[in-house]
Design a protein around this ligand. Structure first.
Ligand SMILES: NC(=O)C1=CN([C@@H]2O[C@H](COP(=O)(O)OP(=O)(O)OC[C@H]3O[C@@H](n4cnc5c(N)ncnc54)[C@H](OP(=O)(O)O)[C@@H]3O)[C@@H](O)[C@H]2O)C=CC1
Ligand SMILES: CCCCCCCCCCCCCCCC(=O)[C@@H](N)CO
Length: 336
């Protein structure tokens, strides 16, 4: 290679590097970052479990918090608990308030949000959709009403409040500083025995969030979705009372987290501007494998997760299916 060729090759190589690096260096920085300080944070299902843990965490970060649920007594004690977490000496007087509403009703959902803004004297900035919960059961043993209720408490509660929130965001002085955070579940990206009704509703939440993530880019509004596995909340204690033994067995492979840990992971994911947020390795494998056309969190790592998940989940499913077939034989033997 003569010196002229070396120069040409060096220029070509240099240009390639520049082409790759320039957009990275001059990448348009987003103007708005997640900062709860002085924001009006609206949390549905904020009276217990994950919603309450989230409210306390964001109150510590200086947020004004409105929690929404049905039971007034639970709302009152939760409000006091959150009040104990407000950042002292932050200079601004932090407010913690509640709204009692059955969010399965669209009018109630819109009313609660409007009233919260009036009471706080401030438009909502960040809306967290935590209300929901499972009533697991074998499909054949569930009633049609059970199926309807799962859809209402897990999908419609999220959809109605999201709808009211978007209307409000569009009247916000900075819509691009607003965020909508959905709480789905691992059951929103994979189905399993005992969760037919619940998983369907949590999959619906995913469809909604995924469409809104794209659509609301138009206004700069950011959307996130959380896919946690087991969370040791009061709701979890409650659902375990009626959970089929076989569902408990299948769930065993999921270690689970406390509500505080779940809230910490969710907030960290939002701070990193991740669209889809999972709790642990299992969650990240399933999340990456079912990513579809949504953005990755870290492209290479998510690709790796998807590859590992392809094999790990196939193996897990094979064993889970064996458990189910074993159940069939056990039931047949019990009949004879
Ligand atoms: N716990 C778990 O293992 C997992 C939970 N999730 C999801 O995380 C979210 C939080 O769950 P978790 O931490 O267990 O919380 P809990 O089940 O302990 O609490 C649920 C909260 O939602 C409120 N809520 C329920 N229905 C309505 C309604 N119709 N209108 C208004 N508020 C309502 C409850 O208050 P009230 O009853 O007074 O209205 C309560 O504040 C849920 O969406 C759940 O599906 C996801 C994965 C795992
Ligand atoms: C190495 C790969 C292993 C793959 C393992 C897959 C294990 C799946 C476990 C699913 C646990 C269900 C969590 C959500 C539960 C939920 O949302 C309700 N509890 C709501 O209250």
């Amino acid at each position: 290679m003569d010196s002229q060729q070396t120069v040409v090759l060096s220029i070509l190589f240099g240009s390639c590097i520049l082409l790759i690096l320039t957009p990275m260096v001059f990448k348009k920085r987003t103007k708005w970052t997640f900062d709860a300080h002085n924001k009006h944070v609206y949390i549905t299902g904020g009276s217990q479990g994950t919603g309450l843990a989230l409210a306390k965490r964001l109150a510590r970060q200086g947020a004004h918090v409105t929690i929404v649920a049905r039971s007034v007594s639970k709302l009152e004690s939760a409000t006091a608990e959150i009040g104990g977490c407000v950042a002292s000496g932050s200079g601004n007087e932090q407010l913690v308030k509640y709204q009692s509403a059955d969010l399965r009703n669209a009018k109630e959902a819109a009313r609660a949000l409007a009233d919260a803004e009036k009471a706080m004297g401030k438009k909502v900035d960040y809306v967290f959709l935590c209300a929901g919960g499972a009533k697991p059961g074998l499909f054949a043993e569930q009633t049609a009403e059970d199926l309807q209720q799962e859809m209402e408490k897990d999908y419609l509660t999220a959809a109605f409040t999201a709808h009211a929130a978007v209307q409000s965001f569009l009247k916000h002085p900075h819509p691009a500083a607003c965020r909508l955070v959905f709480v789905s579940s691992i059951c929103g990206i994979m189905g399993l025995t005992g969760y037919a009704g619940y998983a369907a509703a949590k999959f619906a939440v995913r469809g909604l969030a995924e469409s809104l993530r794209m659509e609301l880019l138009m206004y700069g509004i950011r959307v996130h979705i959380f896919f946690p596995g087991t969370i040791y909340s009061p709701g979890f204690e409650e659902e375990n009372k009626t959970k089929p033994a076989i569902t408990k067995l299948l769930e065993e492979s999921d270690e689970g987290v406390t509500p505080d840990k779940a809230a910490e992971i969710l907030v960290r994911g939002i701070e990193r501007e991740e669209y889809a947020i999972a709790c642990d390795l299992t969650g990240n494998l399933i999340r990456s494998l079912t990513k579809g056309a949504t953005p990755a969190n870290r492209t290479i790592l998510d690709g790796l997760y998807a590859c590992v998940g392809w094999f790990a989940l196939s193996i897990w499913r094979r064993n889970a299916d064996k458990v189910m077939v074993g159940e069939r034989h056990r039931m047949a033997a019990a009949r004879t």
